[in-house]
Ligand binder design. Structure first.
Ligand code: 13P
Length: 259
C-alpha cells in the first residue's frame, strides 16, 4: 500500500509561539497513543523555525522539513539553504517547485529537477509540486501542462530517483482560494500523472504517493481520500491551526484504515 501523507506547508507564516503549540499538541497525542502511525505527518515551517520544531517533535511520529532548498550543497549563495543544512536542522522532507516559487522566483522545471536531485543527495525526501493555472484549465490543457512539467523534471531526475520522493498536484487556481478541485478533477489528474509514470516504470507508478493540494481542510479531506489515486494531501492555510491540522490527520487516518 502506498504511504499516506499529510504535509502542512506553513509558507511564510508562523511564530515561535505557533511552534510551541504544535510541539505541545503532538507530544500530548504521542503520549496518549493518539498519533496514527499509518499516516506520515509532515510539517514544513519557514526554515528559521525548523530546528525548534524538529527538536520539539523528536520522539514523535511526525517529520519536519523545508519549503525549498538550493541546488548547490554549499557556496556563495546569500540567503539560500542547502539540503545538508535542512538535515542538520532536523528536517527530512522538502518541497521542490511549489507554484509560488515557480511564479515569484521564476523557477524552471530544469531548476526544480536539480533541486529534487540535490534533496536526494542530502538524504531528504523531496516532494515535486506540479499544477496548472486557471488559464490552462479553462483552455482544456491542464493534463498536458502537468504532464509536461513532470516529464521535463523526469529528464533530469530519472524515474528510479523520482521513486525516492513524492509528487504533489496543486492546481494553482485552487491554492488559497477556498475553491478546491473537485475530488473527481483531482482523481483524474492523479490518474494521468500515474499513467505518465507508468509509461516509464509501472512498479514506480504504482508505488508513488501522489498528494493533492489546494484549499484542503478538515471538512473536504475525506472526499479526496475516497479516490484511489489520491494518497496524501499538502495543506497550506489549514495547517496553521493546530486543532484543524490534527482533525485533518485524524480524518485521513480513519479513511486510510477503511481503505
Ligand atoms: P492552501 O491549502 O492554503 O490552498 O495552500 C495549498 C498549498 O499551496 C500547499 O502547498
Amino acid at each position: 500500500m502506498r504511504q499516506a501523507v499529510v504535509a502542512g506547508n506553513w509558507k511564510m507564516h508562523g511564530t515561535r509561539q505557533l511552534v510551541a503549540e504544535f510541539v505541545q499538541k503532538f507530544i500530548d497525542r504521542q503520549q496518549l497513543g493518539a498519533e496514527p502511525s499509518q499516516v506520515q505527518t509532515v510539517i514544513l515551517p519557514p526554515v528559521g523555525f525548523l530546528a525548534e520544531l524538529s527538536d520539539g517533535l523528536r520522539g514523535t511520529h511526525l517529520a519536519t522539513g523545508a519549503q525549498d532548498l538550493h541546488t548547490h550543497s554549499k557556496g556563495a549563495f546569500t540567503g539560500e539553504t542547502a539540503g545538508s543544512m535542512i538535515r542538520d536542522l532536523g528536517g527530512s522532507w522538502v518541497l521542490t517547485g511549489h507554484s509560488e516559487r515557480r511564479q515569484y522566483q521564476k523557477e524552471t522545471d530544469r531548476q526544480i529537477a536539480n533541486k529534487f536531485v540535490a534533496a536526494l543527495d542530502a538524504d531528504l525526501c523531496p516532494i515535486l509540486c506540479v499544477g496548472e493555472n486557471l488559464e490552462d484549465r479553462e483552455a482544456g490543457r491542464a493534463e498536458q501542462v502537468v504532464t509536461a512539467q513532470l516529464n521535463t523534471a523526469l529528464q533530469t531526475i530519472g524515474i528510479k530517483r523520482l521513486a525516492a520522493g513524492c509528487v504533489a498536484y496543486e492546481p494553482v487556481w485552487a491554492i488559497g482560494t477556498g475553491q478546491t478541485a473537485t475530488p473527481d478533477q483531482a482523481q483524474q489528474m492523479h490518474h494521468s500523472i500515474r499513467a505518465a509514470l507508468g509509461v516509464l516504470d509501472e512498479s514506480v507508478a504504482q508505488a508513488m504517493s501522489i498528494l493533492y493540494g489546494g484549499s484542503v481542510n478538515e471538512k473536504n479531506v475525506e472526499a479526496f481520500f475516497k479516490r484511489r489515486d489520491i494518497d496524501g494531501v499538502l495543506i497550506g492555510g489549514a495547517s496553521l491551526n493546530v486543532e484543524q491540522f490534527v482533525m485533518i490527520v485524524d480524518v485521513v487516518a480513519a479513511a486510510v484504515a477503511s481503505r
